[in-house]
Ligand binder design. Structure first.
Ligand code: NAD
Length: 297
């Protein structure tokens, strides 16, 4: 059982705080929305009137706020967490914020003698309700070990991302991928409908291919990640097929901004002489274009 100050009781924070209470912990909660605070009090929390009051005399302080500016203000602003927080307590920021802001906050907290780690979460508010979040822990081994019982109340999987600032970096990469994929999926589904396909039939096909499964676990391991660019499916052919899809989309008036940008990735690979390499060579090409050392000779 731990004593916890919890700040930010929104869509995610409310169920996370509720699960910490269910796990037997003692919570002091603060949010600018009084109704959100009242709902947690009904579930056994104590209401605090400021971040400072929530952080006073507790072992952990969790923040789950919309952005980095609010996390900063909650830590260092008037009646902020650091005005009362014990030097033995651990602040865990579970918000999704800019990694450079996390780096700055971790440093400023350390310079002032306070302990901070980040632990952003994956999945949705439904998972938060069920205590099934994926926790991306960025902190020292000792901090993660200390916070683990809290993570176990809020989630069912914790990944040690490899140090301070790494948790929020993984979170941003993960969200980049899933948010961009959502837009690309919308293009594919819209084009499917516009050319007269039943979505279920298209889905059945795509669920069994890299389109639905993603490339990390299907095409990449045996090819670009293994240093092998012998073509299973050539860059030239991928470029041609994307061109057909884009042309078809033009004819039925469906804009395809993600697809158009993707086609140019293959154009760059072709221009660099990779036309007859495997389509996974787009990874190696982008790495090289980005100034990273080539991995495949
Ligand atoms: P939300 O807007 O529902 O909740 C934010 C809460 O913070 C609100 O209750 C708000 O009143 C409170 N708040 C704002 N300013 C405050 C202040 N100065 N002091 C105290 N409380 C304050 O947002 P959310 O969906 O719960 O997301 C919280 C964080 O979790 C965000 O960083 C978000 O990116 C991240 N996240 C969200 C999801 C999701 O599916 N919603 C999933 C993973 C991560």
């Amino acid at each position: 059982m731990s004593t916890i100050g919890f700040i930010g009781l929104g869509q995610m924070g409310s169920p996370m705080a509720a699960n910490l209470i269910k796990g037997g912990n003692s919570l002091k909660v603060f949010d600018i929305n009084e109704e959100a605070v009242s709902k947690l009090v009904e579930q056994g929390a104590t209401a605090a009137i400021s971040p400072a009051e929530a952080a006073n005399d507790v072992e952990f302080i969790v923040t789950m706020l919309p952005n980095g500016a609010l996390v900063r203000a909650t830590l260092f602003g008037e009646n902020g967490i650091t005005t009362t927080m014990s030097k033995d307590a651990l602040h865990i920021d579970m918000s999704t914020i800019h990694p450079m802001e996390t780096d700055a906050l971790v440093k400023e907290m350390a310079d002032a003698g306070f302990q901070m780690m980040e632990a952003p979460v994956g999945r949705t508010s439904d998972h938060a309700i069920r205590g099934e979040l994926l926790i991306m822990a960025g902190g020292t081994k000792e901090q993660i070990e200390k916070a683990q019982p809290l993570f176990d109340c809020m989630g069912n999987e914790t990944v040690d991302c490899g140090g301070q600032g790494k948790g929020i970096r993984v979170k941003i990469i993960n969200n980049y991928m899933s948010i961009a994929l959502n837009a690309l999926s919308a293009e594919a589904a819209t084009l499917a409908e516009a050319i007269g396909l039943e979505f279920d039939a298209a889905l059945k096909v795509m669920n069994g291919t890299p389109a639905g499964k993603g490339h990390f676990t299907t095409t990449w391991p045996g090819k670009v990640l293994a240093g092998n660019l012998d073509p299973a499916f050539m860059i030239d052919l991928a470029h041609k097929d994307l061109g057909i899809a884009l042309d078809l989309a033009n004819q039925v008036n469906v804009p395809m901004p993600c697809g158009a940008a993707s086609r140019e990735m293959y154009s760059i690979a072709r221009a660099a002489g990779r036309g007859r390499q495997d389509w996974t060579a787009v990874l190696e090409q982008l790495r090289v274009t980005s100034g990273l050392e080539p991995k495949i000779k």
